[in-house]
Design a protein around this ligand. Structure first.
Ligand SMILES: *Cc1c(COP(=O)(O)O)cnc(C)c1O
Length: 387
């Protein structure tokens, strides 16, 4: 027998397709259609040209400069880019009053890893246990069940409400019974719907303080409410975020958590037991430069929000049922036309959107919001598809 028994039980995540056969307009993986800030490009080129010797040395295992830059960005923006307010000057940006964090986020509250997928895997390893069952929504980020299988952690999937929102009461009731912690994305994927900070706070007040409570904020910069302000009140809260969506950095593989330092230290211990250097030197340089230019990314987030609202109206006007998204994608279905059929018709017009073959959501497609010209192409393809 060549393989371990463990390997036989793996059910790997299937990402949005990345075809090479044709130049598709890619609206299927929730990537940001805009490139990183010119300052990021400059910082990376500078690093490679001026410090080539550093490419031969191990990077900082603690990513200290990056952690400081992330903390500063969160303090300056309140952790929701699309609502951050310009002051004058290049990077003079302030949180909108609703987002202001009532304490200072410190670098000790940040942990970074090789994409939030890796971060989530370490978080699962650190805080969920094979001896107890954790709770998640039935429809949420489809990597969570993959990690549960990988680490052999039992899970309890709670159906969504009729209106596709999270059934928070049922999740709390099951969490109280199982004593194994909770995870969900907020805003959730693939629905795009979010809970308010106050709704999450009420959940945290009810939940067992000894159980971990994980909120994945991959999409919060496009209009959700961040739970970072709740960290002062709840020591069992872990917030997971990523550079892949709002920070135009999916290619960089940068994800992070914001949590109290004791929890950050636990995840760091896991990391140091697997890979001491999850972030390469160039990723640290580019991530740091991105965080120092939040106004650029706030602009990108606002452009995405504008396109999202306009495309929402287009779909509704053409007879689609569309959920009211707080993210950089729309979850929609056309009555009478299956999700798979719609996906295939759009693909034949040269655009990729995402269809999940999951019972319960198979009528829907998930459409990533691109640039205005990409969305104009998609408008034409949709009109053709529903003709
Ligand atoms: C995209 C996504 C991630 C993964 O992000 P990476 O940092 O690219 O690994 C995590 N959680 C949710 C909900 C996502 O949609």
């Amino acid at each position: 027998m060549l393989t371990s028994n463990r390997v036989k039980n793996l059910h790997p995540y299937v990402p949005g397709e990345q075809p090479k056969d044709r130049d598709y307009i890619k609206l299927n993986a929730n990537e940001n259609p805009y490139p990183p800030s010119p300052k990021v490009q400059e910082a990376v080129l500078d690093f490679v040209k001026k410090h080539p010797e550093k490419m031969g040395l191990y990077p900082d295992p603690d990513s200290a400069e990056l952690h400081a830059a992330i903390a500063e960005m969160l303090n300056k923006t309140g952790g929701v880019l699309c609502r951050a307010v310009y002051k004058s000057g290049d990077d003079d940006i302030a949180p909108s009053p609703v987002d202001k964090i009532p304490f200072t986020v410190t670098p000790e509250m940040i942990y970074t890893g090789n994409g939030s997928d890796e971060v989530l895997s370490f978080v699962f390893y650190a805080f969920f246990d094979s001896g107890s069952t954790f709770v998640m929504p039935q429809f949420t980020y489809s990597f969570y069940p993959v990690y549960a299988g990988f680490y052999n952690i039992p899970s309890d999937c709670i159906p969504l409400n009729q209106d596709w929102t999270l059934n928070t009461e049922e999740m709390l009731a099951h969490a109280a019974k199982n004593q194994g912690g909770i995870i969900f994305a907020n805003p959730n994927a693939p629905t795009g719907l979010g809970l308010t900070r106050e709704q999450v706070r009420k959940m945290l007040l009810t939940a067992d303080k000894d159980q971990i409570f994980i909120v994945d904020e991959a999409y919060v910069d496009f209009g959700g409410e961040s739970c970072i302000p709740l960290l002062a009140e709840f020591k069992n809260l872990v917030i997971v975020r990523t550079f892949s969506k709002s920070l135009c950095g999916a290619g960089q593989r940068l994800g992070y958590i914001v949590a109290n330092p004791e929890l950050v230290n636990i995840v760091t211990t896991v990391k140091n037991s697997v890979n001491h250097f999850p972030l390469d030197a160039i990723a640290q340089v580019s991530g740091t430069a991105a965080c120092r230019n939040p106004s650029y990314y706030a602009d990108c987030a606002r452009k995405v929000v504008t396109e999202r609202e306009s495309f929402y109206n287009f779909l509704v006007d053409n007879g689609f049922y569309v959920l009211k998204s707080q993210t950089n994608f729309l979850f929609a279905k056309k009555p009478g036309l299956g999700g798979d059929e719609l996906y295939r018709r759009i693909k034949s017009s040269g655009l990729l959107i995402r269809h999940f073959n999951t019972p319960g959501i198979e009528d829907f497609v998930r459409i990533t919001i691109g640039t205005k010209s990409q969305m104009d192409e998609l408008r034409k393809a949709v009109l053709e598809a529903i003709k």
